[in-house]
Structures are given as C-alpha cells and as structure tokens.
Ligand binder design. Structure first.
Ligand code: NCD
Ligand code: ZN
Length: 347
C-alpha cells in the first residue's frame, strides 16, 4: 500500500551552496524540492557587503537550471568591520533576510567572524531597530571548553547577554544540537526561533565514532548524546512554531572529508525531505511535517508560505538514494541515514 502526503512546498532556512563548480552541482539538489533557502555567506572571502550578496545572488540564479524555480534568500556575514548602514540598505532593498554571526574560528570559513562583541554592538542595535534577524552559529570557541559543551556554554556566556543587551533583536539559533538549546527557545517566548537539521534528528555522537570514524557524519555543531537527539526530535515534530527546518546541508568534496583533517559538514539536500517524512512518521507526527518544513520558517521571517506543493509517497520498496552526486571537481557523498527509508518525493 502506498501512502501520499502533500504539503506546501518547503523552504530550507540554513543552506550552504558554495560557489563555482560546487554551486552548479548542489543547487539543483535543493531547488528540486525547496522553494527558498537562507543562503549561508561563509564563502572565501565571505559575503560581507550588500554588493557582495547581490553578486552572489546573481551567480546562484545563473547556475539555476532553466526548468527550476528557486529563490535564494541572501544573508550577510557579520564581521567586526561590518557597516550598519550597508546592512540596513541591503535589508531595505529586500536583498537580505538575515545577518549571520559566526564566532571567530567556530566552523568552516569562520576566520572573519566576531571575536569581540563590543565591536558589533552598533550593527546589532541597527538590526533590532529595523527588524532584521540575526542567525547565530551558537558555539563558543574557547580552547578550554569541550567541543560537546560549546553550544550550552554559548547560550549562557554569549547568546543570553546579547539578547539582554539588544532588546527587540530577533534571533535564530541555528542548527541546535542540545536539549539546552531546545529549553532556551522554549523558555524565551519573544523574538527567538531555532533551526534543526535533518541529520541531527537521525544521528548521535556514536554514529560518528563507534566502529571506526565516519567522516561523513562529522559536522559542526557536532552531534551530541542520544538524550539530545531525542530532545531535538520532540521539538521538531511538536509543531511548535519556533522550530523550523534548516538543513545546514554543507557539501565538501569527498577528498576533503576523508582526510587526516576532515572538513565539517553533512550533505543532505538530496534526501532531506524523504528522511524527514521517515522521522516524523516514526514519531507518529506526520501531520506536523508541514509546520516544520513549510510553515514555521516563513512565519518567523514574516514571509508568505510557498504557493506550490510537494507530494511525498511511501512505497513498498526501500528508496534508493544516490550515494554521491558529482561535481566538476569530484564527488560529494550524500548523507546516509543508516537504515531503509521508504519515502520519496514525487517529481
Ligand atoms: C558548515 C560548512 O561546511 O560551511 N559546516 C558544518 O559542519 N555545518 C559550516 C557551519 O554551518 O558550521
Ligand atoms: Zn551551516
């Protein structure tokens, strides 16, 4: 017996598209199912100014296959030199939908991020004034803080003080990975949302480390203990409007992941919607998939829900996803949930 589920066309509120050959390879994987995505600005060099974001958006649209429709929602990378007036102008023109905060050194291409929060105070105040959300990579980078504790410590030491010092600032806690992140969102009713990735609903830290190191499960923030995965599952599938999908699909060439110093990032664009249908069904919450993937994000950003729909089908046979997609520079491994999934997205 097949089962069908039609939902409003989803959006991805945290996506890495890269540039050049990688952009060409990965963009169709997202545009096939998603109407829009918040595009991460951590290129080298980063997308800091409105002019850089406009040029990047043009490159994305030039790479989009003619038969596909997709709207990139651009972001600016916050640096200590960011110009509040440039940020405001890029927002007023409709070009950007958020500004991204990376603590310096927290993750891939974050060297230009923020070290001293005093130096971004004017930008944050301006964003609060104009209602422009701040998307936060919520991990401290202090060497003495264990990598598995970096999110929880960030909430106490950085995020809460920033929010208290900047009333009205709308914040997205991105790719939360802990029950602490879930609790912080739940305890703070105003001006706060959180994205959750597909892979953090599926893997815990054992998947990375038990039985041999699995570089394709390594991402940042790193997957935590099982109790945290379960808290994320509960939040994502609950229908609570403050939690929405941000895949953090982050492609790296296989050679860069399968290395003595492997890059962080899971590439999930290709099979995210099928995997989410599996996850929500497993938790008896299929009826909330549309809220998580298609409605809560636009609600937070004050945007309309997409007009179109997608239909997910549950088949008798397990779905065969591609192991890899090819780019002109080499293959990129598609995230493997490690179990059979019977859902597909009808084309
Ligand atoms: C991202 C990347 O590769 O750009 N990597 C990741 O592990 N998620 C950066 C990020 O979002 O942290
Ligand atoms: Zn990311």
């Amino acid at each position: 017996m097949t089962q069908n589920l039609t939902i409003a066309r989803p959006d991805d509120w945290h996506l890495h598209l890269r540039d050049g050959a990688m952009l060409e390879a990965v963009l169709p994987e997202t545009a096939r199912h998603f109407g829009r995505a918040i595009i991460m600005p951590n290129l080298v060099p980063p997308v800091v100014t409105g002019a850089q974001a406009a040029a990047y958006k043009d490159r994305i649209m030039a790479a989009l296959p003619e038969d596909m429709q997709f709207e990139p929602l651009m972001t600016l990378y916050l640096t200590e030199d960011s110009d509040p007036e440039d940020i405001a102008a890029a927002h007023a023109s409709g070009l950007i939908k958020s500004v991204k905060l990376y603590p310096a050194g927290a993750t891939t291409n974050s060297a230009s991020g923020v070290s001293d929060f005093k130096n971004v105070r004017a930008a944050l105040d301006k964003m609060a004034e104009i209602g422009l959300p701040l998307c936060v990579h919520g991990e401290v980078t202090d060497h003495d803080i264990d990598i598995f504790d970096r999110e929880a410590v960030f909430i106490d030491r950085v995020l809460d003080p920033i929010r208290k010092a900047t009333p009205g600032l709308r914040v997205v806690m991105e790719h939360i990975t802990t029950k602490d992140g879930v609790a912080y969102v739940r305890d703070n009713a105003r001006d706060l949302g959180a994205t959750i990735t597909t892979h953090h609903l599926i893997i815990n830290r054992n998947h990375i480390l038990v039985g041999g190191i699995k570089p394709h499960y390594y991402c940042l923030p790193v997957a935590k203990r099982e109790e945290h995965r379960l808290a994320l599952r509960e939040a994502a599938t609950s229908g609570d409007a403050r939690f929405f999908l941000g895949t953090d699909s982050a492609p790296h060439l296989d050679g860069d992941k399968e290395s003595a110093c492997g890059c962080a990032g899971c590439f999930t664009a290709t099979n995210t919607m099928a995997l989410l249908a599996h996850v929500f069904e497993e938790d008896g919450k299929l009826e909330n998939l549309e809220a998580f993937a298609s409605r809560n994000g636009p609600g937070f950003y004050g945007l309309p829900v997409n007009d179109g729909t997608i239909t997910l089908t549950k088949n008798e046979q397990a779905t065969v996803f591609p192991d890899k997609i090819e780019s002109a520079n080499g293959p990129v491994t598609v995230f493997d949930p490690g179990y059979d999934v019977f859902w597909t997205v009808a084309d």
